[in-house]
Design a protein around this ligand. Structure first.
Ligand code: O7M
Length: 209
């Protein structure tokens, strides 16, 4: 789940209600800025945390960011790839390989700069020893293309629900996990929303057999 709320109490309440149906909680800048970095530690006591800082700097700065995130309890981090292989390598080294690399972004503007470079970035993620990549559920055919490139790396896929993508399509085209934000945290019943997406996923995996 992408937990893009800004209040500590609301964040913890949503995680407590929905965590039985989640593999991990992805934390982005809105929650860090709203609740403070210790929220990483608090939530990591309930569910694995992926710090989505879309790290995009020189190698030394990347290393410092990753060390802070992992030190606070993150299980993995998310980095951009466009800064190049040395910057990504710094993230891989500092997290012991627990990095997901953004390839093509899910929003319409993702076609402008990220799409033309996505395949090279995916290949670099594989070469540098990342754990996986991020690829768009809004364009599931692109997930299939990325799968050809990254082989057995994990693919996590945002853009389900509020951005128009479907969980079952993303999985059918090769994603391992989907990232869902607003469809869960803006729901009047986050637990039920997470449960119904988890059911869609298990049904679609069942129909793959
Ligand atoms: O389900 P939503 O649309 O409310 O939230 C989607 C989340 O995924 C939100 O936290 C975004 O920052 C993130 N995301 C995208 O929506 N598109 C991308 O291309 C990449 C990400 C992402 O998670 O990158 C790591």
């Amino acid at each position: 789940m992408a937990l893009d709320v800004v209040q500590r109490s609301k964040a913890l309440d949503i995680v407590e209600k929905s965590r039985d149906h989640l593999d991990a909680v992805k934390i982005n800048w809105p929650l860090i800025l709203g609740a403070g970095p210790r929220i990483i530690t608090e939530i990591s006591g309930l569910c694995p945390v992926i710090c989505d800082f879309k790290i995009a700097d020189i190698p030394n700065t990347n290393r410092l960011i990753v060390e802070q995130a992992m030190g606070l309890g993150a299980s993995a981090v998310i980095a951009h790839g466009f800064t190049g292989s040395d910057s990504l390598k710094a993230c891989v080294d500092a997290s012991r390989g627990r990095v997901f690399v953004v390839t093509e972004m899910s929003h319409p503007g993702g076609k402008e700069f990220t799409q033309p470079n996505a395949e090279r970035i995916a290949a670099m993620a594989k070469e540098q020893g990342a754990m996986g990549i991020v690829a768009p559920a809004t364009r599931p055919e692109r997930i299939a293309k990325m799968r050809e490139i990254v082989g057995d790396l994990k693919i996590i896929s945002p853009g389900v629900g509020a951005q128009g993508g479907k969980a079952s399509d993303a999985l059918r085209y090769g994603a391992d996990y989907i990232i869902v934000g607003r469809s869960i945290y803006e729901s009047s019943d986050p637990r039920k929303a997470a449960e119904s997406i988890a059911r869609e996923i298990s049904d679609s995996l069942g129909s793959r057999k």
